[in-house]
Design a protein around this ligand. Structure first.
Ligand code: ADP
Ligand code: ZN
Ligand code: ZN
Length: 828
């Protein structure tokens, strides 16, 4: 007879090692299952929802396990398939399963005693009568702005187990988690115009006569509306999209408003994500041009050979259109597509484009959405009923962990982008590489796409590991932009430089503005200046918590630490010598904005960087204003390089190429090349050839030469040679280990010990460091870095095993135990 499973090993949503064993009380024996959430106590008083990973009957030797308090789910929340990905991430990136759980589950599924809940103000009272007495009591004690913890709710109800009640309220959308309120989800609305219900045919006639005589503009708008309203056969069409009306002729919102106030027209707003099927075909798939068609065919053919393909398509070649056709194929087979994007905040344009083609079958998933929405997307993407689930999911890296109904394809757009890698906290996973693994596990295909592929993917493609497809002409026969270089050193010598701008750049800006065209100015640093410096003694103000100089922000008139976010008042005098002669050094986007506004006082300038786009609203406003030509010059950090598609940009200025190229990191050339090529790609995307002006002190630097010549291939070949010579990826694998402690001495001691242990097992060659990083202290922790370089043939698993052994040695040494160890596999 088989022994009954009376123990459950669970994953706790904490950065702790391994699984924890709990005893299953008699009453839950039948309901506990792998993948379900259970409520357990961990630590003194804390209650968590943990995930069951294993069931067994082996009594632990050394302790008596606690009992499971509640079983939360009636069906498993996480499938065996999802767990396989979790296990891989955990293994490959050397982290704890709890870290993966935290990254993978939407917040609504991670309840614990401290979770702060509020009432969801977006939900109206419909269905409130169906709540039971206790649920109702909870709901009435919650408000929309100040939260209650689960612990205090338990106290209010006078009972210990309340998780299941809260779970129900969350699932029905009554309650959301508090942390999201700072970034509230607002659905995008689309306006529809219809005839007011009181307007019948005879009234319409009267109205039109009246308008024709008195209000010709409104009459014109009515005629356009009626043209769409009545189809050829004379049958009424119902609602007409306001955008469509506006696209035919530029009517002001006021014209619509007046007709609506007069009860002639009516307006209704519909959430874009809930568009019905009628809208779905509003805009059909575009026909591919021959080059795109060929890429499409080649991609499909390559998938027969390798599961992964790389589409190397120059900017504005229409990669998105090729994706769209491939997505349609997968959907036609009844399967799903996951479309991964590096930064969802920047891609409203893309979401709109795909929504137009695939209508309400698109789900969007990222951390900017509130818990109710994320929970809904989680539920729907895994729903086995195709009618109730999504066809296409657009998401940031965490969407890899969604439960999928049947995934057929993962597209990794802008695959070179380093924000696919999570830096902190653990798991430090790369979404592109994990996507390839996930697709492999599911038997799905992967398409990587970029105008500037990563060296890793390029190499894999050239080696034949991935399919390689080239799309090298821009759509519509538009030429690649003309790239020109201005020697900033020479300009300075000849005194031609006025502030940040060379005379040539200024001249071209003037010309472009005269033609009514737009300009993008790119500077890879935010703030006004890099630092403040004392002219007498060279003192530079630094952050108290980090060893890094502070950045001056003029608009907010303060100094900010870009590492920990601390804010300081501006120093009027030098703290070292008392001199009042402080000057600013270096420049950021704020200064660019100020100088360009001063040089062209009559025109509109706007700035897009981390400081101006804190809220999503301000970001979309900046993009909209620029798209609709209300702004002439857009100044920005690398945010402006990513995937934007504007019609009217003629000039792109790169103000300082040198700080990118000279950044001390082995990837700085690759990065600089990618950034320059990407931002160049924003110029002249329609009829006319665009122009890019790069300001540099080193015009003959090979990175700049290759950007100018659009010579990707030879840039990549040269860069690969250097990587080989200096033993870097893609030829060697890297693991970076950071050791941190509040005392410098301890951090340094730990790092030295770590290195000597590692060298003992791995040899001197493979272990570099310890090194004091460029910013040696962050948030009061001193940091030392160790780098491991392993040949690809040398078993990577073996190297990791040894790191694990050294970690254990640290744990058993009282002096070293407090040293924090961060492991970053394949750092970017
Ligand atoms: P990429 O992603 O390669 O930079 P996009 O997909 O954004 O290029 O295409 C650039 C522009 O050309 C877009 O505005 C797109 O709508 C247009 N375009 C590309 N291919 C087609 C096509 N086959 N038919 C119509 N328009 C297209
Ligand atoms: Zn001084
Ligand atoms: Zn700091």
């Amino acid at each position: 007879m088989q022994a009954e499973n009376v123990y459950a090993d669970v994953i706790l949503p904490l950065s702790v090692e391994g699984l924890y064993t709990y005893e299953i009380p008699e009453e839950y024996i039948d309901s506990v299952a792998i993948g379900k959430r259970v409520i357990v106590q961990f630590g003194k008083q804390k209650i968590y929802s943990a995930l069951v990973r294993k069931l067994h009957s082996i009594k632990p030797d050394h302790y008596k396990p606690k009992e499971i308090l509640e079983v939360l789910d009636s069906e498993p929340m996480v499938t065996e398939m999802q767990f396989r990905l979790w296990d891989w991430v955990c293994d490959y990136y050397m982290c704890n399963l709890g870290d993966v759980m935290n990254a993978a589950l939407p917040p609504a599924l991670k309840l614990q005693s401290e979770t702060l809940l509020i009432r969801n103000e977006d939900k109206d009272d419909e269905g409130i009568e169906d709540l039971n007495e206790k649920e109702y009591k909870i709901l009435s004690s919650l408000s929309v702005d100040s939260g209650l913890t689960i612990n205090s709710i338990a106290a209010i109800l006078g009972q210990k187990s309340v998780m299941h009640l809260i779970k129900n309220l969350i699932e029905k959308g009554w309650v959301i988690l508090h942390e999201e309120i700072k970034d509230k989800y607002k659905p995008r609305l689309k306006s529809y115009i219809s005839l007011h219900q009181d307007v019948d045919e005879s009234k319409l006639k009267l109205v039109l006569d009246e308008l024709e005589r008195r209000a010709p503009k409104q009459f014109e708008l009515m005629m356009l509306f009626l043209k769409h309203f009545y189809s050829a056969s004379g049958k009424a069409n119902g609602n007409i999209s306001k955008d469509i009306l506006k696209s035919e002729k530029e009517f002001s919102d006021a014209a619509f408003r007046t007709l609506i106030q007069k009860s002639i027209l009516a307006e209704e707003s519909v959430e874009v994500s809930r568009l019905n099927d009628a809208d779905k075909n509003e805009i059909k798939l575009k026909t591919l041009n021959p080059a795109q068609q060929q890429s499409y065919d080649e991609i499909r053919a390559s998938w027969k050979v390798s599961g992964v393909s790389l589409l190397f398509g120059v900017t504005s070649s229409g990669k998105t259109e090729v994706y769209t056709h491939l997505i349609q194929d997968v959907i036609d087979r009844g399967e799903q597509v996951l479309y991964l994007l590096p930064e969802i905040a920047l891609t409203n344009q893309l979401i709109d484009r795909l929504n137009k083609v695939f209508g309400g079958r698109v789900g969007v998933y990222h951390s900017g959405l509130n818990s109710a929405v994320r929970y809904e997307v989680w539920q729907k993407s895994g729903n086995p009923d195709p009618a109730e689930s999504y066809d296409l999911i657009l998401g940031a890296r965490s969407s890899l962990f969604l439960p999928f109904r049947k995934l057929g394809l993962i597209i990794v757009d802008e695959e070179h982008d380093s924000s696919f890698k999570q830096h902190d906290p653990s798991p430090r996973y790369h979404a592109r590489d994990s996507a390839i693994m996930l697709a492999h596990m599911l038997g799905a295909k992967t398409l990587l796409g970029s105008a500037t592929p990563s060296l890793e993917s390029w190499h894999n493609a050239k080696e034949g590991k991935y399919g390689f497809i080239k799309l090298s002409e821009r759509y519509g026969g538009v030429k690649m932009p003309l790239i020109e270089v201005v020697n900033i050193r020479e300009e300075t010598r000849k005194k031609l430089l006025s502030g940040l701008f060379s005379s040539y750049l200024k001249e071209k800006i003037t010309e472009t503005l005269k033609n009514g065209e737009q300009i993008i100015l790119f500077q890879n640093r935010r703030g006004f200046s890099n630092m403040l410096e004392c002219r007498s003694c060279g003192w530079v103000p630094q952050c108290k918590h980090c060893d890094v100089s502070l950045t001056y922000h003029k608009q907010s008139n303060n100094l900010k630490c870009h590492y920990c976010g601390s804010v300081y008042n501006v120093f009027q005098t030098c703290s070292a010598c008392g001199s009042t002669d402080l000057k600013v050094k270096g420049f950021g986007t704020e200064k660019v904005e100020e100088e360009i506004s001063a040089a062209f006082p009559a025109i509109k300038v706007s700035r897009m960087d981390h400081d101006t786009t804190r809220s999503k609203k301000s970001l979309s406003k900046i993009l909209e204003d620029f798209a609709e030509n209300r702004v002439n010059i857009l100044v920005g950090t690398q945010m402006v390089t990513k995937g934007l598609d504007f019609d009217n940009v003629n000039i792109v200025g790169i103000l300082n190429a040198d700080n990118m190229i000279n950044f001390p990191d082995f990837r700085s050339h690759e990065r600089a090349f990618q950034l320059m090529a990407q931002v160049s790609g924003r110029a002249g995307r329609r009829a006319k050839q665009g122009r890019v002006i790069i300001q540099t002190g080193d015009p003959n630097h090979h990175v700049i030469r290759k950007v100018v010549e659009h010579d990707y291939e030879s840039f990549y070949e040269q860069e690969l040679n250097e990587r080989m010579t200096f033993r870097y990826p893609p030829f060697y694998r890297l693991i970076r280990i950071s050791l941190k402690h509040k005392k410098e001495h301890t951090a340094s001691l730990g790092a030295n010990k770590f290195v000597s242990y590692l060298r003992h097992y791995l040899g001197n060659e493979r272990v570099l460091g310890p090194e004091i990083p460029m910013v040696p202290r962050v948030k009061n922790y001193y940091i030392r870095n160790v780098l491991i370089k392993a040949e690809k043939e040398h078993s990577f698993a073996k190297v990791k095993e040894i790191i694990g052994i050294v970690q254990q040695m640290f744990k058993s040494d009282p002096e070293l135990r407090p040293v924090q160890i961060h492991i970053d596999v394949d750092p970017v």
